[in-house]
Write a protein that binds this ligand. Structure first.
Ligand SMILES: [Zn+2]
Length: 94
């Protein structure tokens, strides 16, 4: 799933929590389920989106570490590209 959709699911989860906490809506679990309204489903999707984003980031980090190592086989420790990649791995947050 693309990152914009994952973010959208997380934001929908935040909105659901806000609506519940502010009293704007009560907790509902419909039969049949309403995936875009039932908070249990909205919040489950938000949590799953977080997990999917972490899984994806871990795959990217693994690939980047491998790329750095492979690159340094033919380059040296002063390589600016490798330094940028290392900084991205270390920083990781906004
Ligand atoms: Zn290099």
């Amino acid at each position: 799933m693309d990152l914009d959709k994952l973010r959208e699911n997380i934001e929908a989860g935040h909105a659901a929590i806000h609506e519940l906490c502010s009293g704007k809506r009560r907790w509902t679990m419909s039969i049949p389920a309403e995936p875009d309204r039932d908070q249990d489903l909205v919040l489950t999707r938000a949590l799953e989106a977080g997990t999917q984003a972490i899984d994806r980031l871990q795959r990217v980090e693994t690939a980047l570490r491998q790329l750095i190592n492979d690159h340094l086989d033919t380059c040296d420790d002063t390589c600016e590209a490798a330094e940028i990649a290392r900084a991205a791995l270390e920083g990781g947050s906004e």
